[in-house]
Design a protein around this ligand. Structure first.
Ligand SMILES: *Cc1c(COP(=O)(O)O)cnc(C)c1O
Length: 233
């Protein structure tokens, strides 16, 4: 099997899983955007996926994403930045990412806004909310109590648009109750900002639970591209 055939088969499986999850949730599959998370995989895979109809790709490290996006600049792709982001990387990330999913603090809002204005771009920002138990040193994300204040900051920042909310299920726990909480946060965000309808949730292992709780964007790496051999720190 060629790499292209392998990716095509994986893509078919993932699209079927999305369609099935939508059917079970009584949702239209057209409401769910698939983001191919291509971290640790080469630009040649991005190119193959684009040829197979993938329109959205996600990356989590600027060091890796910047050259990959540059070498795929001829492709009609939307690049999503989904990883923890240091403010000093805002300049580079704004250069290629149309959507930043991992906005979790005011200082990052300021850095992205300054760069969007400087580069004459509009960047869609998702507020990343923590689904971990409060005070745990889990994955990043703003504490739910501070979500609306962060969202307000994004809406008033020049060059930025508030797209919605993003979250990662807590490690080693049942994702369903966490995504139910996320649905509640998403609803309160939409009641304050009706335009902020994106719910970015669901990865290879939990896309079904995420779609059941209203995910509009699923971020799929392993199920599409295969196992990542190294976790690059
Ligand atoms: C790597 C990554 C994904 C994809 O995870 P898989 O389990 O490989 O599908 C999704 N979201 C974020 C933030 C990631 O870093």
């Amino acid at each position: 099997m060629t790499r292209e055939e392998e990716l095509a088969a994986n893509l078919r499986d993932v699209r079927e899983r999305i369609a099935l999850a939508c059917r079970e949730a009584g949702r239209d599959p057209g409401e769910v955007t698939l983001i191919a998370v291509t971290k640790t995989f080469p630009a040649s895979d991005v190119r193959l996926l684009a040829g197979l109809g993938v329109t959205d790709v996600g990356e989590n490290r600027d060091q890796e994403a910047a050259p990959k996006a540059a070498s795929c600049a001829d492709l009609p792709l939307v690049w999503h930045f989904v990883g923890a982001l240091q403010s000093n990387k805002a300049r580079s990330v704004v250069g290629y990412a149309r959507v930043v999913h991992s906005v979790d603090r005011p200082r990052l809002v300021t850095a992205l806004s300054d760069e969007a204005v400087r580069q004459g771009k509009r960047v869609t920002c998702l507020a990343q909310v923590s689904l971990d138990t409060p005070g745990s040193s889990g994955r990043s994300g703003v504490e739910p109590d501070h979500l609306l204040a962060l969202a307000d900051r994004i809406t008033t920042a020049p060059g930025l648009e508030l797209g919605g909310i993003m979250a990662v299920a807590p490690l080693g726990a049942d994702p369903a109750p966490a995504f139910e909480r996320l649905a509640g946060y998403a609803e309160s965000l939409r009641s304050a900002h009706p335009e902020a309808g994106v719910v970015s949730a669901g990865m290879s292992g939990d896309l079904k639970e995420a779609i059941a709780c209203g995910a509009t964007h699923v971020r799929i790496g392993t199920a599409l591209l295969g196992g990542r051999r190294t976790i690059v720190g």
